[in-house]
Each structure stands twice: as structure tokens, then as C-alpha cells.
Write a protein that binds this ligand. Structure first.
Ligand code: SF4
Length: 509
């Protein structure tokens, strides 16, 4: 891929060439794209694919993968995002092109750490599985051929010979279907998943795989190739990162957030400082409750905590004057005198409100940013408790929030599965007594707004909300355990990212 600054060579292909470029809705992504695209298209495609993969992740946890509901929801989301999904649609060229290019962009952004690679591979595999499942049977052979996947099919005689063995080992498979479909003979090592699930007939080092089960073999291949490609991409990253146009964009993409930015806008000045303690107990997500409580107890927060909490408070509507008053009152209760506060911390707070330095109006951090960057160390209180807290400590906090044991287990299951935002959303549902999945949580300020909407009767509540978490006994410094509802996409503007680095500098002691 090349990224020209201003000139862009438009790709213009005749009808036949268009279909030849992308013969199927499903791709194995063997060849990287070679056309020129603008930086703005690069950014747009990256955001769109992130949205798609995030949807795949959310649906995979909310529904049984492969179930009718899952298939229907995923199909409709893919259609909404204008990515390819149906083999038979007439002109899918643009959708397939977007699919191809955006996949490779995310490879660049998500090859940078083990966590990111694992996440990308999982979502891409689920997406592939879905698309394969709706591929018409008569197109499967073409797809395999075009993707250089050569699976040997067994002869009619061999099929008859092993009829009963294969039928008995591959559940459920009807005799009629067996007659019609191909049976593939693949090396045993390629069919480990089927073997583990006792779903395949083995003989002399080969697995006899009926057509209906071939997807798991193809997925193994897809995973192996993608994993290798990500490792290779990671090795070539230094040369990509030397391009000053791309580096901030890729860095930002790997923890980027694709929803509303939750700047205070209409809420400015609607909250008084006296309300903060009660709001923290009722409507703050766990990460912000933790910061609020630490600040009240220790009258100080280190810079990671000040950034995360300060911007959250700005997002819920604290004015600059209120923020200065709030932080000053706390800090002078601690070891900071008025003079030191005015000279140092006050400047930082004004900076975060865009009144100093480059005058950037900074936005609150999204869950993705909190979960994936700047993990807390000893003495820090920032981060996401579902990601960064010791599991036992998290359990205690959930217990003190009066959540039932079943609810706690559900939350801890999500945490174990590294679905931190879903764990937080479950926490929201249980502490507000609402039905599952009323919104898709991506941002601490979204949590706050949804909670306020519910508590003020903006939404139907099943019953009176139970008292959410009460302040807990003083706890030792947080231990490090080890990971949109809006239609307005936040920009991945590289300038903003660079500005944030500047802000971090301002916030340090
Ligand atoms: Fe905060 Fe988001 Fe973690 Fe919830 S998931 S605790 S809102 S960072």
C-alpha cells in the first residue's frame, strides 16, 4: 500500500477486472493491496473495520455463535457497515475492496503486542466463519481453489468403503447429504479441533472430513497464516513507523475508540461539587469510583489518575472553575500547599480545559484507551478495575456492591474471558436492576449518562434501583493483575494524539 500526500491514483477497472480482483465475498487475504489510497481513506477504512470487529466481538458474547439470532444480527451489522457478505450480490466490488484494504490496515495496527494480535485473530476468525457459513455450497470449491487451499477429495469407491465409519464419526450427518457432498482426506495434524471434539473419522494418519466440517480445517489454516503474517508485520514495523504520517495513526488505532467523544457540551455547569460523592456512588463506573474514593482518602492522585479522572469529570459537566476548586480543596488537605497548587496543578487543569498551551479541548478517555494503555503500577488508582485489579480484590468490591453471587460469577466469567467492557456492563445492569444489554458500553462517560438517564426516569426501570456500591474499607494500593452507541466517529487525528503526549507531560509531577 502506498499513501500519497495529495495526489491519488484512482483505481479504475473494467467490469471483468473488478470481479477478477475479488471473486468472492470471503477472502483469505493472501495478497496485500497494491493500490494508492489517501490518508483520509486509510483512516476511514480502519475505523470502519474496527467497528465491524467490535460488533463481531459483542455479538459473539451476547449470542450463541452460529445460532439464527447471531447470524441474522451479524449479517445486518455487516450490511449496515457496507462490508461484503453475500456471494450472489451483483456488484460487491467496493464492499470487497474495503474489506481487503481495511483488513491489512488493522494488521499493521494490531501486530504490535501479543494481546492485540490475539484479539484481532479471534475476531477475524469469527467473521470468516460467519461468511463461510453463508457461502453457497456450489461456490465453496471455487473459493478453495482461488484461495490455494487444495484439499484432496476421496473417490466414490473410497466414500462407499468408509460410508458407515464416517457417518458414525461425524455428527449429525444424514446418509443423503453424505452421498451428495464431498469428503476430504486431510493430514491428521490439520484436523486437531475435530479430533478433540471426537467429530472425525481417522485412518492411517489421515482424517476423513465431510464437507460440512471442512470450515474448522480452513479456519486452522486461516489462523496459522494470519498469526504468521502478524509476526512478520511486527518485524517490519520499524520501517512503517519511520513514516511520520503513519506512526501516530497506527499507534492510536490499536487502542482507538470509534464512538462519541463525550465532551461535556450541554452538561457544563449542571453538576455541583456537593453532588459528586452521591453521584460517584450511584452513577460512576467502577474505574471512576475507585479514583474518586482514592482522592477523597489520600487527597492526592498521581498523574495517570489525575488525567483519567479529571477528564471524566470535565466530560460529566464540571466547569473549569469547579475543577480548580475541587482539586485544590482535596490537594491542600494533603501535602500540597496553596502556592504549589496554584503554580503547578492549576496550570495543568487549565491546560486540560484547553486554556493553556496548544489550547486543545481534551476529551475524556474511552474504555479502550483505559484498558489498553498506561497500566497502573503500585500506588496508582487509574486503569480499569475489570482489567487491572487483582481478581480477589475485584470480587470483594463486587460483593460490597450488594451484587448476588450469581451476578458476581457472571461478571468474573466475563473478566476471565477478557471481556472487560461486558463485565462492566453487567455490573451496570445488576446495580441498576435493568435488563441485559440496554446499550453497548464503550466509555466511562457513557456509563454515567446512561445511569443518569435511568435514575431520572428517562428510561424504564424494572424496579427501584438498589443502592450501588458503598465506600469500602480503606484498601491498599491497587495491584496490577496482569486487557458506541453514537454514530459520531471520534477522529483518529494524529495531531490530537501528539497533543495528548504533551498533556501527559503537563500532568506529571
Ligand atoms: Fe471504566 Fe470502561 Fe473499565 Fe467500565 S469498562 S470500569 S467504564 S474503563
Amino acid at each position: 500500500m502506498q499513501f500519497p500526500g495529495t495526489k491519488r491514483k484512482k483505481l479504475s477497472l473494467a467490469g471483468d477486472q473488478r470481479s477478477a480482483s475479488y471473486p468472492h465475498s470471503l477472502q483469505f487475504y493472501l495478497q496485500p493491496p497494491s493500490e494508492n489510497i489517501s490518508l483520509s481513506e486509510f483512516e476511514t477504512l480502519a475505523i470502519e473495520r474496527l467497528k465491524l470487529l467490535k460488533t463481531v466481538e459483542n455479538l459473539g458474547v451476547s449470542y450463541l455463535k452460529g445460532s439464527e439470532q447471531y447470524q441474522n444480527k451479524l449479517e445486518s451489522e455487516i450490511r449496515k457497515l457496507k462490508f461484503s457478505y453475500r456471494e450472489s450480490l451483483d456488484d460487491e466490488f467496493e464492499a470487497r475492496r474495503r474489506d481487503h484494504i481495511s483488513h491489512f490496515i488493522l494488521r499493521l495496527a494490531y501486530c504490535q503486542s501479543e494481546d492485540l494480535r490475539r484479539w484481532l485473530i479471534q475476531q477475524e476468525m469469527d467473521l470468516f466463519r460467519f461468511r463461510f457459513s453463508i457461502l453457497p455450497p456450489d461456490k465453496v470449491q471455487d473459493f478453495l481453489k482461488d484461495s490455494h487451499l487444495r484439499f484432496e477429495t476421496i473417490s466414490k469407491e473410497e466414500k462407499e468403503l468408509h460410508f458407515q465409519d464416517i457417518l458414525d464419526s461425524s455428527v449429525p450427518l444424514s446418509g443423503n447429504k453424505y452421498e451428495l457432498d464431498a469428503v476430504y482426506k486431510v493430514p491428521f495434524s490439520d484436523a486437531l479441533d475435530l479430533f478433540r471434539g471426537r467429530k472425525v473419522y481417522l485412518e492411517r494418519g489421515f482424517a476423513f472430513v465431510p464437507h460440512q466440517d471442512i470450515v474448522s480445517i480452513i479456519l486452522n489454516d486461516f489462523r496459522a497464516k494470519l498469526s504468521k503474517a502478524l509476526a512478520l508485520t511486527a518485524r517490519s514495523l520499524p520501517s512503517v513507523q519511520s513514516d511520520e504520517r503513519l506512526q501516530p495513526l497506527l499507534d492510536h488505532l490499536s487502542h482507538s475508540y470509534v464512538g462519541q467523544d463525550y465532551n461535556a457540551q450541554g452538561n457544563v455547569g449542571k453538576i455541583s461539587l456537593d453532588q459528586l460523592d452521591s453521584l460517584a456512588m450511584k452513577s460512576f463506573p467502577l474505574c471512576m469510583r475507585q479514583l474518586h474514593k482514592a482522592l477523597r482518602e489520600h487527597h492526592h492522585l498521581r498523574h495517570g489518575g489525575r488525567m483519567q479522572y479529571g477528564l471524566f469529570l470535565k466530560g460529566i459537566g464540571l466547569t473549569l472553575e469547579q475543577a480548580l476548586q475541587f482539586w485544590k480543596l482535596e490537594f491542600i488537605k494533603g501535602k500540597v500547599d496553596t502556592d504549589k497548587f496554584d503554580k503547578g496543578y492549576a496550570y495543568n487543569i487549565r491546560h486540560s480545559y484547553g486554556k493553556e498551551g496548544k489550547r486543545t479541548d481534551y476529551t475524556p478517555f474511552s474504555c479502550m484507551k483505559i484498558i489498553l494503555t498506561n497500566p497502573p503500577s503500585q500506588g496508582d488508582y487509574h486503569g480499569c478495575p475489570f482489567r487491572h485489579s487483582d481478581p480477589e480484590l475485584l470480587k470483594q468490591r463486587l460483593q460490597s456492591s450488594k451484587i448476588s453471587q450469581t451476578g458476581i460469577n457472571q461478571i468474573l466469567d466475563y473478566v476471565k474471558g477478557t471481556h472487560y467492557q461486558l463485565a462492566c456492563q453487567k455490573f451496570f445492569d445488576l446495580t441498576h436492576n435493568v435488563e441485559d444489554g440496554m446499550f453497548s458500553l464503550n466509555h466511562p462517560n457513557q456509563y454515567f449518562l446512561e445511569s443518569q438517564k435511568l435514575l431520572s426516569g428517562g428510561r424504564e426501570v424494572r424496579k427501584e434501583p438498589s443502592q450501588p456500591e458503598v465506600p469500602q474499607a480503606r484498601q491498599s494500593a491497587q495491584k496490577t493483575a496482569n486487557s458506541a452507541s453514537s454514530s459520531l466517529p471520534a477522529s483518529l487525528d494524529s495531531t490530537l494524539e501528539m497533543d495528548m503526549e504533551g498533556l501527559e507531560g503537563y500532568f506529571s509531577e
